[in-house]
Design a protein around this ligand. Structure first.
Ligand code: FES
Ligand code: FES
Length: 198
């Protein structure tokens, strides 16, 4: 029987139940429509995930989210709505926060994709943002947490973590059904100092 620890939740997200308006290189819905004429077409792709190159054979309509979870078995990135409304699938592509459920894998070949798994080694120290989420008790079920953490890093990096209101605005695309919002703001405020000086 697997023991679920708070570290498990923070590093890979809970295996339990979880809106961001981040830029997306190519909208999955557009390509799904475009792909109607040649459904089932598979393409060899090279995906650069967490510093490793992966050669994969995927349908051209496969989203980054499905490629991560189903092909590369990186299940820390969560599928909530699968239509760009909850933020659970937030990853970084070329250092920018992006919704993986709205981004086609074929469109980001070779571009650096970073997921929650990139933040800390399995037995190593947690990333300051991960530690802050634990210290501030910033989650309950944990399903939204990987997306919240990846988005929180974007919030700090973009210089938007300057006030509670600014953090809330910057994080407004990431929904939390457990309503941990006040503690998420507290976690970002805890982590922003160490991250700015890193
Ligand atoms: S925005 Fe909800 S899963 Fe992508
Ligand atoms: S959805 Fe449960 S902690 Fe956010």
């Amino acid at each position: 029987m697997t023991t679920m620890t708070r570290r498990t939740v923070i590093t890979a997200g809970a295996a339990m139940a979880g809106v961001a308006l981040h830029p997306t290189p190519l909208i999955a819905g557009d390509a799904a429509a475009a792909g109607e004429a040649d459904s089932g077409t598979r393409t060899r792709m090279r995906l650069n995930v967490n510093g490793r190159l992966h050669e994969v054979d995927l349908d051209r309509r496969t989203t980054v989210l499905d490629a991560l979870r189903e092909e590369l078995l990186l299940t820390g990135t969560k599928k909530g709505c699968d239509q760009g409304q909850c933020g659970a699938c937030t990853v970084h592509i070329r250092g920018e926060r992006v919704l993986a459920c709205l981004t086609l894998a074929v469109a980001v070949q070779g571009q650096r994709i970073d997921t929650i798994e990139s933040l800390s080694p399995p037995d190593g120290p947690l990333h300051p943002m991960q530690q802050a989420f634990i210290d501030q008790d910033a989650f309950q079920c944990g399903y939204c947490t990987p997306g919240q953490i990846m988005s929180a890093l974007g919030c700090v990096k973009e210089g938007q973590a300057v006030s509670d209101d600014a953090i809330r605005e910057s994080m407004s695309g990431n929904l939390c059904r457990c309503a941990a919002y006040p503690k998420i703001v507290a976690a970002i405020k805890q982590a922003r100092g160490p991250l700015r000086t890193a």
